[in-house]
Write a protein that binds this ligand. Structure first.
Ligand SMILES: Cc1ncc(COP(=O)(O)O)c(C=O)c1O
Length: 380
């Protein structure tokens, strides 16, 4: 059956704007695009440990068999959530099937029509979708501009007299790779009696004390922290960390948590094994720090600062305005075996198109040099 006309038009527009998306199975000799920052997705100690966990618990079922509120709450969930809360210093942790679900599940449940939310304009789609699912009034503030945040809170507080005020930011921004100032956000949230929510998706394993994210040290002052398992942990899933009462509330009211099949024992065992490894081994985290610092040094020594980022995180980018430019550069780098991804509008605003680069502990100096020299030819 054909697509309805209006949907066909949207597809045609995508093709016309050079922003049509396809699924690709291509792989490249050099990885500058996966979120597997620490190589955990291919780490055999983690996979062996997850199999041994299944054997220890004599688990033979492939699936969880239902929602966690019905038949799907197998015993590994308790181990997983206890491990996550202890490792990341929270009173409680609740596991969702993805980081996307964690944001959706948290925001759609807690935000009410009389609440007002202020969120950084560069927050991830999962945060914006969660806001849309709630009926709260949401206002974006300029990226990492806390003066703008304060001005907006003062204005809307006076105008709307909200029931609760929430502030939402990422700690490491998913497209730009720059960091927010969690200390400043905590101060502002205290000043205005606001509940602060921080998404740590791209910070775990990369930034903050013990590589546990930028909000780790402020956990007492943060209402909820979101960690995903699909980035540095090399697996899949996400956690909402916060108080025990927040966890209980979400179990009762979070529709993306309640109305879905729980993760399989195999999947949960994998995340437990990844957390175990994370807790006991810093080698890959330290290697990644070296790669980030070599990358930043190379950008400076090649005088590419106005075209390439120098972030303290694993996410970097090459600016190239326009979808066709970004696509052409990505294809050229890919032809040289470099796995990179062009990020096109509308995923990023028009004019902000880029090649997104992810750094990993396993990227070598030679790979970085190769990237710099190939990119340099195109952007200078
Ligand atoms: C900031 C941020 N939050 C949440 C998510 C969603 O996480 P997941 O991929 O685990 O669904 C992402 C994914 O890219 C992200 O960048």
């Amino acid at each position: 059956m054909q697509l309805p006309d209006n949907l066909n038009k949207e597809i045609e527009n995508r093709i016309k704007n050079d922003s049509y998306r396809i699924l690709s199975e291509k792989s490249y000799p050099v990885d500058f695009f996966s979120n597997d920052y620490l190589g955990y997705a291919k780490n055999s100690i983690i996979s062996e440990k997850s199999v041994s966990l299944l054997n220890t618990f004599k688990i033979k079922t492939h699936g969880s068999t239902g929602s966690r509120l019905i038949s799907g709450n197998h015993e590994l969930f308790k181990i997983l959530e206890n491990k996550a809360k202890d490792l990341l210093n929270a009173e409680a942790a609740l596991f969702f099937n993805s980081g996307y679900d964690a944001n959706l599940g948290l925001l759609s449940a807690i935000l009410k029509p009389k609440d007002v939310v202020f969120y950084d304009e560069l927050c991830h789609a999962s945060i914006r979708d969660g806001l849309q699912m709630s009926n709260a009034r949401a206002y974006k503030f300029k990226h990492n501009d806390y003066k703008d945040l304060v001005t907006k809170i003062e204005l809307q507080n006076q105008r709307l007299q909200p029931q609760n005020v929430y502030i939402i930011s990422e700690s490491v921004f998913s497209m730009d790779g720059d960091l927010s100032d969690i200390g400043e956000l905590v101060t502002i949230s205290k000043t205005f009696n606001a509940y602060l929510i921080v998404d740590e998706a791209h910070a775990l394993g990369v930034c903050g004390k013990d590589f546990k994210g930028l909000s780790f040290e402020y956990n007492e002052d943060i209402f909820a922290r979101i960690y995903t398992c699909g980035k540095a942990l090399g697996s899949h899933g996400g956690f909402v960390l916060g108080s025990k009462t927040l966890k209980d509330y979400l179990i009762n009211f979070s529709r993306p948590f309640i109305y879905t099949t729980g993760a399989s024992p195999f999947h949960v065992a994998q995340v437990i094994a990844a957390l175990d490894y994370f807790e006991n081994e810093d080698k890959e985290k330290q290697e990644l720090q070296k790669v980030i610092s070599i990358f930043n040094d190379m950008v400076s020594s090649n005088q590419l600062q106005n075209k390439m980022s120098t972030n303290a995180s694993a996410i970097q980018h090459i600016s190239c305005s326009g979808n066709s430019n970004a696509k052409a550069l990505a294809e050229s780098l890919q032809r040289h075996g470099l796995g990179v991804k062009a990020i096109l509008s509308p995923t990023v605003p028009k004019g902000k198109e880029r090649i997104r680069l992810c750094l990993h502990n396993y990227n070598t100096k030679e790979q970085l040099q190769n990237l710099m020299s190939k990119a340099k030819k195109h952007i200078q």
